[in-house]
Ligand binder design. Structure first.
Ligand code: ZN
Length: 217
């Protein structure tokens, strides 16, 4: 069973909303995750001092810092001038970008594929930059809907293209391992801006190019 969810973005972001796209929360370096992990392990009824667990708190801290490294990533640094003035007005699609994120409700992974499309106006971005932009927003505590939206808004902000379409297909460990335990259910989210939102044909073209059934969205 596939759950389908559609997110439609507001067009024409105000200055304040644009700023939030690239504004990054700061993490506190002074709080030790490792010392708390020791308590959590003990609270689970385990012995934090036994061989296999003795260095686990430090490993978890390191892993969590990596999995949330998107908070301190700098979009400008990542793009690093790879914006080019090109007379190209056909759709650009980078599909099947693998991503791994963590749901903010359970701090369990969700993962899948993201397809990013845009209709250039005067600028294009180096194709390799798009998966890196995906990582900036995936490596945070997220919900799938916001992840999809933030990627679309960032492309919009960087390129001011005629349209942006982002489609995200994901499976959530919090659904697969606990709760409903539906191991084959997935969620699809999309964020459509500009021509992809306003023009049905352009949207359908995108959906057929990424192999989605157009009736699903
Ligand atoms: Zn969850």
């Amino acid at each position: 069973m596939r759950k389908v969810k559609v997110t439609t973005s507001k067009e024409g972001l105000g200055e304040k909303e644009r700023a939030t796209v690239v504004e990054l929360p700061r993490k506190s370096k002074s709080i030790s995750i490792a010392s708390h992990m020791e308590e959590i392990i003990a609270a689970l009824g385990e012995d934090p001092q036994r061989d296999g667990l003795i260095r686990t708190p430090q490993r978890v801290e390191k892993a969590l810092h990596f999995l949330t490294s998107g908070y301190t990533a700098d979009i400008g640094e990542i793009v690093n001038g790879a914006l080019f003035d090109v007379k190209y007005d056909e759709v650009v699609i980078v599909r099947d970008i693998e991503f791994f994120s963590m749901c903010e409700h359970h701090m369990l992974p969700f993962f899948g594929k993201i397809h990013v499309a845009y209709l250039p106006d005067e600028k294009v971005i180096g194709l390799s930059k798009i998966p890196r932009i995906v990582d900036v927003f995936a490596r945070r505590l997220q919900i799938q809907e916001r992840l999809t939206q933030q990627i679309a808004e960032t492309i919009q902000e960087l390129l001011n293209p005629r349209g942006v379409g982002v489609i995200c297909e994901a499976r959530h460990f919090c659904m697969m391992m606990r709760g409903v335990e539906k191991q084959h259910s997935g969620a699809i989210t999309s964020a459509m801006l500009g021509a992809f939102r306003d023009d049905k044909e352009t949207r359908h073209e995108l959906l057929s190019l990424v192999g989605q059934r157009s009736t699903a969205l």
